[in-house]
Design a protein around this ligand. Sequence first.
Ligand code: IPM
Ligand code: MN
Length: 369
Amino acid sequence: MGKNYNIAVIPGDGTGPEVSDEALKVLKAAGNRFGFGFNFTNYDLGGNRYLTTGEILPDSAVEELRGYDSILLGAIGHPDVKPGILEKGILLKLRFAFDQYINLRPVKLFPGVDTPLKDKGPEDIDYTVVRENSGGAYTGCGGNLMIGTPHEVATQEMIYTRHQVERALRYSFDLVRRRHSKDNPWRGLKAEDIAAGKIGQLTLCGKTNVLTFVFGLWERAFHEIAPEYPDVKIDYCHVDATTMWMVKNPEWFDVIVTENLFGDIITDLGAMTQGGMGIAAGGNINPNGVSMFEPIGGSAPKYTGKNVINPLAAICAGSMMLETLGEIEAAQAIENAVMDVTGTKMKSMAAGRMGFSTQEVGDLVAERV
Ligand code: IPM
Ligand code: MN
């Protein structure tokens, strides 16, 4: 008998509960097939709880969550709650509380999924963005002075320590190796790539031409660490140019590492090129602690309770969770099942146009797992 994982589930707002139900269904199927189990514990956090009790994220909940193997999040965001309250009070607070310093966002176009990029297919769009998730402008350093006067001052500083930069870079170099290692062939190089001499590549995305202090630090650390990874080709792109190449030549990328706010922005672009919010998943990872996995999309209030929202992003978040827990084969089985469903069954990734209900899509994936 395999392991039993203790997973905290935060279904959250809007369509969050519907998509997380499907993710749990698929995770259970994977556990049955590969011989491990789950104890799922629900945490009622989000807009409804806030509106009825005034509570956002009690400290006691944070302490409890610390004891789980992982956290799966549906969606946070409520139309009746002012923007920022739940995002900062739940999502960002958890990222910081558990020092989830990596935000991992794969940009992978699955078979059968439409991309707005003309003439690009699954062989072109398959890279991963490592968004540094603990520092930068998200640090919260700054403030306002003389509010309401014509001389009001506002600052919001992009702050990085060498330690933060170094751990994000090391994670990224290691990730390149993992993507191309023989022990993990499902993300390894294809035989023809190897024959063509292709090796894994890490692109640092920055702005060394203007933000010379912060990206000076990133660049120095990047070049100092690189010699430890002679098998990884290193590459650099300014953030503005990165957005250009993500559209024009996404096949150039393997792993991109970048600071927090740049990563926030470029991963929304990446998500659109892989078929949109219905399919894009991400992980807030502390490699030595409690990580949290989520569909990148929001709570989609307009589709709530209609059984029409696409659950694949949440299902893929579940697959990422298993990969991080070390259940590589099971993670692969889920991703393969998703690819079969997008490639052979679904009409569209858009809510209401999938050709199936939310639950039916979950069933299709679970059957294949
Ligand atoms: C994301 C979101 C969050 C962020 C918001 C909701 C706080 O945009 O996960 O990308 O800015 O990180
Ligand atoms: Mn974002």
